[in-house]
Ligand binder design. Structure first.
Ligand code: OSB
Ligand code: MG
Length: 369
């Protein structure tokens, strides 16, 4: 594949409602889109880095710089035979996984179109539908929290994940469980707890959660392993898992019993597939996480979720939960049994709405060969 040009764009999209986690509230998303052009065909990628380095150390601005100064020049200079070769090309550059993923995934998106195969199939996907859960942000009041959950259950989502923090955890789980004793329920601390909270966290066992996601430090395995010894509830790691080696270490140390795979967090589809395979070989289930993506990232998450070991409902949900109007056509929809159909048409299976992207663009840059 001879990449002729790479276009970087920043678009701004307001969320339908603010999303609050233990690390902050997001009202508008600033999203970096990457377009790679070859033989008149465009592959698209989305960078999931946030505006601030609160979830990971990358931001949209560091990703933009890394793409412009290091990653894109390397790709247009060297070229790649296939998308899976991007990882080798980017190896010298340490970190910056979300920037790498945006570019690598655009090349996968391009390759699927050039070969006229569905992206899901190119990645090794086998499922025709994927199971969907929702991630629900911290709400201003208990009533709003319960109303939001009720609304999503009526829509049909298979699992509810609640963002939590000290003062907004067991009290919420108690209310939710008394109203819905049987639903698949989980929580996500986004690294807000400390090892001194061990007693408090072991009380979470009373609520039969499917898992507790990333309770402790964003870069930790050791203390999660100590904590897992004291919990019946499985720990699921998100922030801590950067690559396949991290996944192996975490599984081996019993730091977690479930993995959240986010393609941006791990540096692209190649590494995501490697983690998926390593977990499958060790009998550890995985699910696909979300980063409040636009339709492009969402389409990519759907393709990834079609791999066989994505056995638990993911955080990949309908476009309308996030956006009044998405940048793809059709928008992502979820059935009344909480499933998304994996496209079987060539490429990502959702058309790009260029007119809409154009209107939302606040910054652009083109890098040519
Ligand atoms: O920890 O999974 C997370 C959103 C932004 C940053 C981190 C996380 C999340 C979510 C939302 O939970 C998942 C989604 O619906 O996109
Ligand atoms: Mg998480």
């Amino acid at each position: 594949m001879k990449i002729e040009a790479v276009l970087l764009r920043e678009i701004t999209m307001p969320l339908v409602s603010p999303f609050q986690t233990s690390f902050g509230t997001t009202t508008d998303r600033r999203i970096l889109l990457v377009e790679v052009v070859c033989d008149g065909i465009s592959g698209w990628g989305e960078c999931v880095a946030g505006e601030h380095p609160y979830f990971s150390d990358e931001t949209i601005d560091t990703a933009w710089l890394m793409l412009r100064l290091e990653l894109v020049p390397r790709l247009v200079r060297e070229g790649v035979e296939f998308a899976g070769a991007c990882q080798g090309l980017f190896k010298r550059i340490r970190g910056h996984r979300m920037a790498k993923a945006a570019l690598e995934n655009a090349v996968w998106d391009l390759e699927a179109q050039l070969k006229s195969v569905p992206l899901a199939q190119l990645l090794g996907g086998t499922r025709s539908t994927i199971a969907c859960g929702v991630s629900i942000g911290i709400q201003p009041t208990m009533k709003q929290q319960l109303d939001t959950i009720e609304r999503e259950l009526i829509v049909g989502y298979q699992r509810v994940k609640l963002k939590c923090r000290p003062g907004w955890d067991v009290e919420v789980f108690r209310e939710v469980r008394s109203r819905w004793p049987k639903i698949k329920l989980s929580c996500d601390g986004n690294s807000v707890y400390r090892i001194r909270d061990m007693e408090h966290l072991s009380a979470f066992d009373d609520f039969k959660l499917m898992m507790i996601e990333q309770p402790l430090w964003y870069d930790d395995f050791y203390f999660h392993s100590m904590l897992q010894k004291r919990l019946d509830t499985p720990i699921c790691l998100d922030e801590s898992i950067r690559n396949r080696r991290d996944a192996l270490a975490a599984i081996d140390m019993d730091s977690c019993r479930i993995l959240n795979i986010k393609v941006g967090r791990v540096g692209g589809f190649s590494e995501a597939i490697a983690i998926h395979n390593a977990a499958a070989e060790r009998g550890v289930p995985v699910w696909c996480g979300g980063m409040l993506e636009s339709g492009i990232g969402r389409a990519h998450n759907i393709a990834l979720s079609s791999l066989p070991n994505f056995t638990l409902p993911g955080d990949v949900s309908a476009s309308r939960r996030y956006w009044d109007e998405d940048i793809i056509e059709p928008e992502v929809t979820v059935s009344n049994v909480g499933e998304i159909v994996v496209p079987t048409t060539p490429g990502r299976g959702f058309q790009i709405r260029r007119d809409r992207i154009e209107k939302l663009t606040v910054r652009r840059e083109t890098i040519k060969t």
